[in-house]
Design a protein around this ligand. Structure first.
Ligand code: HEM
Length: 422
């Protein structure tokens, strides 16, 4: 059994909730007072939380047969048989089909698309505009994922799909449904139908073309003789998992650069003078440590699991916390501080202490893609625009991913003239 929560601890957790404006505050309080194993005391929902290298290794590798990815929440309703939330042979089949087009060896072929979609989005900016980098990053990530995986250009369809995609993300984000699973949820059916129609349309078009000129992810699914429904499930999974995460990563990097002008300046110097910027890589890694877009892994326990600090009984819900692992002071020096240099060459972290992409056989299928995309898109943006942070209070919001809210407002000015003068 997990230790019970004292009234003092309850009050400290409440204060942290108010101060940080997010449940991450109380989670940190519970972790520091109780340790790497505790239960969240919500009415009707008492999930176990585990974190740290040993627990992560157990959940992700050595005892992963004791847990299920599938459970009964809105993610399962939305993604149905998507690779992210099925188990066993079914999972392995879809995963195997989708690995080749995302293999690191394929990534250099995507670089020009990463750049061109970034340019399309920035082409709408006027000098002096204040743009929300959370929104702009989403546009870039959306155009990229649809083009690279399904060879679909959504530029002209953004007005059609934008709200449905945001609704899909809202549908799976934590909310009151956690406490009242069957609560009626209004306003989702119509937009989700629009999104489905759009995806089924892409599948139908591709089947009509009967061409395999595109060896993209969609073609791999079609060639495997899957039904339209199963293909839709994989497409929606990749669309959500593959762009909402990148959106959050890009947006957090802008927050961190905005809050740390010295690092911002040094990154610009590097991207201007070098093809590959080691400091930018370190900034991306440190951003993924402090604000991992997927901050927890959600599991249903199929067979009792034993951790150093206690047991999780069968049929309970368990989260392994990436966020708490990444901020554990026993692992990280100055864990709360932004310090990209900690990822400088040669500096090692213990295994399973840094898990922004999960780990083991079900590690993120798009890990290499997501990192390559972030490197190229950020370098392109920083080389071509000057970004000035409109310093405003930002808090991490627990949506489907961890997002900087209310947004990342930045004044943008083209660096064209600066380059000409230089
Ligand atoms: C910065 C970008 C990204 C981050 C931080 C991220 C993070 C993660 C994490 C932590 C997991 C494991 C979750 C768990 O253990 O429960 C995961 C799984 C997954 N991710 Fe990503 N991801 C990113 C980008 C992408 C991209 C670009 C794609 C698609 C192209 C993608 C598709 C998936 C899929 C399908 C899974 C499930 C894999 C499986 O169960 O076999 N992700 N991701």
């Amino acid at each position: 059994m997990a230790k019970s929560i004292s009234p003092d601890l309850g009050r400290a957790a409440l204060r942290a909730l108010i101060k940080e404006g997010s449940p991450l505050g109380p989670l940190k309080v519970m972790a520091s007072h109780i340790g790497r194993f505790f239960q969240i005391p919500l009415p009707g929902f008492r999930p176990y939380v585990v974190f740290g290298p040993e627990a992560n290794r157990k959940v992700l590798v050595t005892e992963r047969d004791k847990v299920l990815w599938r459970n009964t929440d809105p993610v399962t309703d939305l993604l149905r048989q998507g690779v992210l939330i099925v188990d066993g042979d079914e999972h392995d089949l879809y995963r195997k089909l989708m690995e080749p087009p995302l293999h690191p060896s394929q990534l250099s072929g995507f670089t020009s698309k990463f750049i061109s979609h970034t340019e399309r989005v920035t082409s709408k900016w006027q000098d002096g505009d204040v743009v929300d980098m959370l929104v702009e990053s989403r546009k870039i990530a959306l155009l990229i994922i649809m083009d690279t995986l399904f060879s679909k250009d959504v530029w002209d369809d953004i007005p059609l799909v934008w709200t449905p995609i945001l609704k899909a993300i809202k549908y799976i984000s934590p909310g009151m449904w956690i406490l009242w699973r069957k609560m009626p949820r209004f306003g989702f059916r119509k937009p989700l139908n629009v999104l489905d129609k759009y995806l089924y349309g892409i599948i139908a078009d591709r089947r009509r073309q009967k061409a395999d000129k595109n060896q993209d992810l969609l073609q791999h699914l079609i060639d495997a003789d899957l039904t339209d429904d199963i293909i839709r499930d994989q497409m929606l999974t990749m669309l959500i998992a593959g762009h909402d995460t990148s959106t959050a990563l890009l947006a957090w990097v802008f927050v961190l650069l905005g809050q740390h002008p010295d690092v911002h300046k040094r990154v610009i110097e590097e991207v201007d003078s070098m093809e590959k910027s080691p400091l930018l890589d370190q900034v991306i890694k440190e951003s993924l440590r402090l604000y991992p877009p997927i901050h927890i892994g959600n599991r249903s326990v199929a067979e009792e699991m034993e951790f150093n600090e206690g047991k999780v009984p069968t049929d309970e819900r368990m989260f392994y916390s990436i966020y708490l692992t990444h901020r554990d002071p026993e692992i990280w020096e100055n864990a709360e501080n932004f310090c990209p240099e900690r990822f400088a060459r040669g500096q090692k972290t213990p295994p399973f202490a840094y898990v922004p992409f999960g780990g083991g056989p079900r590690t993120c299928i798009g890990a290499a893609f997501g990192q390559a995309e972030a490197r190229v898109v950020l370098a392109q943006l920083l080389r071509t625009y000057k970004f000035e942070f409109a310093d405003h209070k930002i808090h991490p919001h627990m949506g489907a991913t961890l997002e900087p809210r209310p947004g990342v407002m930045m004044k943008v000015t083209s660096r064209d003239c600066e380059h000409r003068l230089g």
